[in-house]
Structures are given as C-alpha cells and as structure tokens.
Design a binder for this molecule. Structure first.
Ligand code: 6GU
Length: 348
C-alpha cells in the first residue's frame, strides 16, 4: 500500500518510523512518504495561510499550495505496487530504505519553483519509469485538465482529518486497508480553503474523517492514529494475523480482560477458569466478559449488535445484563412491563 501524508509539520510524523509501522515500511509493505506542504509554495516566505473571507478568528490554509502538493501525488506512482513490481529498477527517490527517516523535502521530482511554471503533472507521468497501478487503457486523458482524470473508483482516497468529518472506526480502517493508495492532507489553523476539497474530488475520492467529538490543533496526530489503525490491517504487517481476530471491535464488542503471571499478584488472583485447561469453558468465560464489559462501558455497541450473531449463551448473559433480544435487535429490557422498550407506548 502506498501512503502519502502532506503536512506543514512533517517531523510530527516521525513516529511512523518506529515499531510495527516502521518495520512494515522497511519491509516494503507500506510505501509511506511525508511531504512538506511548504515545498509546494512559490513565495519567498513559503506562505501556507491567509485571513478568512467574512472575518473571524484564526487563519485559513491557502488553496494553491494544496493543489500543487496533491497534483504531485496523483501523478507520481509508487514503486513495488502489486500491479507492477519494479524491484531494483525503482527510482531512488521512491525507495523506502531501512535508513530512511521522515522526509521533509520529498517534492518528488521538481522543486516548487519549477513546478509553478511547468505544465504540471502530465510531464511527470511520462518521466516516470514506473507504470501506475491503473493501466494506461483505463486512463481518461483530456486536453484541458492539467491532471489525468481517472474513473472515480480508480482514484486514490484523500483523507482530510477534521473534527467535522465522518467518525473513524474499525470498519473504516478495514475498508481503507484494502486500498492501493491513501493520501492524508493535514490541515492546521481553522482548516483548508473549502474549494480544495471540491477541486480534489476530480482526482481523489475525498473523505473528511474525524477521530471523535473533540478538537485537535491539526490533523497530524489523527493521521498517526489512522495510519497505525489501517497499516496494521494490511496483510503481513502484523506477524500473527490471529491477533487481529480477537481484539476489541473486531466483532462489535470490546476485548475481554487479559492476565499473565504471577497468578497471585499483590493479593489479587485471576479467574479460576483460565487455569482449567477447558478451552470451551474459557471461550465462554471470555465471551461473557466481553459482553459484560461492553454493556458497562459502551452500551451503544450492545444496542448495535445483530441478534443473528448471538448464540443461546450470549442471549442469556445479555438477559442478566438487562437487555432483551427481539428477532431484529437488542433492546434495553423494561423490567416492569416485561415488554421491550420499543413496544412500550409513549404517553405525550
Ligand atoms: Cl481528524 N482533526 C482535528 N483537527 N481534530 C480532531 C480530529 C481530527 N478528530 C477529532 N478531533
């Protein structure tokens, strides 16, 4: 998978050199590059922001540096993509080597000053020795558009981290993990000029995405979270794929509690069943712990369960936790009437 991150703080993304994701980059499973937005400015001060039309607090990110940065990415194929693995024939600039640190000057081919005068990306396509994932016949060339226009489904995904986006979750992480190319556009200040997102829709599948209902100063921390969540689902990145099966959210429930040695620690023991060697009993105990913990911490997830995924024992446990299961949904039980909440008539 190819991942490009554009930011005015490329150093923020240095953590992606470490641990599992850093290893996946070294192994060539993730071709991840960080680009400095300021490399795509043309003025002496490398300006990326300006005052908002209509007034108000703060600054807004100027559109043109973003267009230049994003255009450079749709036109620059990654190496070693599944379609065409160029191996050692790859251009040095695109290689992810063990020694590679987060790059601050990754404007892939030409410096920003040249780019402004050159007719943009179509040159770079022909310069490149590497064929894009999308075959030449799938490309729709136009005379007027400065960038190749691809059919919507073949366009890379552009993720724009924003508290105003759709909420990121494990389902979205799984979806993104199947993509060939993700681009992350880290906004700062009050955000990016809205026209960038409209324009970008011609070249990307644009997805504004939020981590949750709180505000960060910029998209970088959100990108660290999303790249880790997505990257670890790319085949080969996590050594033992079984560990992806039993973790929180993989089945719509939180993970069960885990314990290791010693079995008696500061006067605290562990659930006896875990020492029994009875695998069926252990599996049942863990499933019940998942249900109990989820009901306590995330009742919204219990209500979102599909009854078809619940066996008899699940239903019994949910009953003791105060839930009723209808053929189509899980509901809070209403103890007095014994009738499911939805069926209780509302009095005006
Ligand atoms: Cl993705 N970006 C910013 N700036 N703030 C956030 C967020 C993202 N998710 C939650 N808060």
């Amino acid at each position: 998978m190819r991942i490009d991150v554009v930011s005015i703080f490329p150093e923020y993304l240095a953590a992606l050199d470490l641990s599992l994701i850093g290893k996946a980059r070294q192994d060539g499973l993730l071709q991840l590059k960080v680009h400095d937005l300021r490399d795509f400015t043309t003025d002496r001060h490398r300006t990326v922001d300006d005052t908002p039309y209509g007034g108000g607090a703060g600054m807004v990110m100027k559109p043109e540096p973003w267009a230049q940065a994003l255009e450079s990415l749709v036109a620059t194929p990654a190496v070693g993509t599944p379609a065409v693995d160029q191996g050692n024939a790859s251009p040095v600039v695109d290689q992810v080597s063990a020694s590679e640190r987060v790059e601050t000057q990754t404007a892939p081919t030409t410096p920003a000053v040249d780019r402004a005068s050159a007719s943009p990306v179509s040159d770079k396509v022909s310069d490149s020795p590497v064929v894009d994932q999308v075959s030449a016949s799938e490309r729709v060339e136009t005379q007027t558009a400065p960038t190749r226009v691809q059919p919507a489904a073949a366009r890379p995904i552009l993720i724009v981290p924003s508290p105003a986006g759709e909420v990121f979750n494990q389902a979205l992480a799984y979806e993104l993990a199947t993509e060939d190319h993700l681009v992350f556009a880290c906004g700062r200040y009050e955000g990016i000029d809205e026209r960038v997102l409209e324009w970008a829709a011609e070249h990307f599948r644009v997805r504004p995405v939020s981590l949750g209902d709180y505000v960060l100063n910029g998209g970088e921390v959100a990108v660290l979270a999303m790249v880790e969540a997505v990257g670890r689902l790319v085949p080969g990145v996590v050594g033992n794929p079984e560990s992806l099966v039993e973790e929180s959210h993989s089945d719509g429930l939180l993970e069960y509690p885990v314990y290791t040695k010693p079995s008696d620690w500061r006067g605290r023991g562990i659930p006896e069943v875990l020492l029994s060697g009875n695998h069926a009993k252990i599996a049942r105990h863990r499933r019940d712990e998942q249900l109990r913990r989820t009901a306590e911490r995330r009742p919204d997830l219990i209500l979102a369960l599909d009854p078809e995924t619940l066996d008899k024992a699940d239903r019994a446990t949910l009953g003791t936790l105060g839930y009723a299961i209808t053929p189509t949904q899980v509901l809070p039980a209403t103890p007095k009437s014994g009738v499911a909440a939805e069926a209780t008539p509302h009095t005006p």
